[in-house]
Design a protein around this ligand. Structure first.
Ligand SMILES: Nc1ncnc2c1ncn2[C@@H]1O[C@H](COP(=O)(O)OP(=O)(O)OP(=O)(O)O)[C@@H](O)[C@H]1O
Length: 286
């Protein structure tokens, strides 16, 4: 070490534009006798797209819950913008799995987005006029203006999911958490919704933590992968992690990773209790 100023250390000071937005140090999460992940140290910086992969039950959603302050770590620390995470922080936007809203639900498309703006659960409501303009702006930003007044239960899964993206952007978030937001969407809607998320990252630098079983729809956007399995994890670029040797070591069984036409295909995944039961070949990462 020299006496010269350490630029990378300075950049990690809270308030510095390059300081990590999210920082975990030596983090562990376990339930009962089971450890989901341990010694997890991770920085997520502005503009980054982190995909979180792994089989069922590996702790992907639980990781999001710790970031949302809904789940305490068993050990270690987690900070969002230099402070301990706290529940209900509006600076974190959350996009859940797409679940169909039943027809007949007495709510228009714009009402779903408005929930993110007028914040039934958070803070003071905006004046109605400002609220309406903000909702219009958000509807426009997710390409949903033309169905703004439609009953939400009559919309397709992809249309509803656009609204959830709009709702998540309402608080002008500094971090976007996505929990399998493309699940059960067709390929076109997968592309549209993932592009909306990626656009926010590119225009505002909002980092994205994206939980998914299938990395392929977002492979071109992903900077880094956190792959959880069997109480262990691997972290790195897609080229560093999505490799036969790395995943074989992680799963402790031979796994083969192929690239085909820009897609990742993983073969030989163990048929464990926490793995999707129906296949041992998948285009992705289960
Ligand atoms: N509060 C809790 N108490 C006890 N066990 C829990 C709790 N929350 C989660 N678990 C367990 O931790 C494991 C990981 O759950 P989690 O939902 O994070 O997995 P996941 O990787 O998101 O799985 P999936 O892909 O199926 O959504 C599961 O076995 C779950 O039952």
């Amino acid at each position: 070490m020299t006496g010269a100023p350490d630029a990378s250390a300075a950049a990690h000071e809270h308030g510095h534009p390059d300081a990590p937005v999210l920082r975990l140090r030596d983090a562990r999460l376990g339930f009962g006798g089971r450890t989901l992940w341990d010694h997890l140290s991770l920085d997520v910086c502005r503009g980054e797209f982190l995909a979180v992969l792994g089989p069922n039950g590996s702790g992907k959603s639980s990781l999001l819950r710790t970031i949302l302050g809904q789940q305490d770590l068993t050990a270690g620390t987690i900070e969002f913008r230099g402070d301990d995470v706290r529940r209900g922080d509006r600076r974190i936007g959350y996009i859940p799995q797409q679940k169909m809203i039943p027809p007949g639900t007495p709510m228009r498309a714009r009402d779903l987005v408005a929930l993110g703006v007028n914040g039934h659960r958070f803070g003071l409501p905006l004046p109605r006029r400002g609220e309406r303009e903000r909702v219009d702006e958000l509807l426009e930003s997710v390409g949903a203006s033309h169905y703004a007044n439609a009953p939400v239960g009559t919309l397709s899964g992809g249309e509803q999911q656009r609204l959830r993206v709009g709702q998540a952007l309402a608080g002008d978030p500094d971090l976007l958490l996505c929990d399998e937001p493309l699940l059960s969407l067709d390929l076109n809607h997968q592309r549209e919704v993932s592009e909306l998320i990626d656009r926010r990252r590119r225009t505002h630098g909002t980092p994205v933590v994206f939980v998914t079983h299938d990395v392929n729809p977002v492979l071109g956007m992903v900077d880094r992968i956190l792959y959880l399995a069997g109480g262990q994890f691997r972290e790195g670029t897609p080229d560093e992690v999505l490799r036969s040797d790395v995943l074989s070591e992680l799963y402790q069984t031979p796994v083969e990773v192929f690239r085909s036409r820009g897609r990742v295909v993983v073969m030989g995944l163990p048929d464990t209790h926490d793995h999707h039961p129906h296949d041992d070949t998948t285009e992705a990462s289960r």
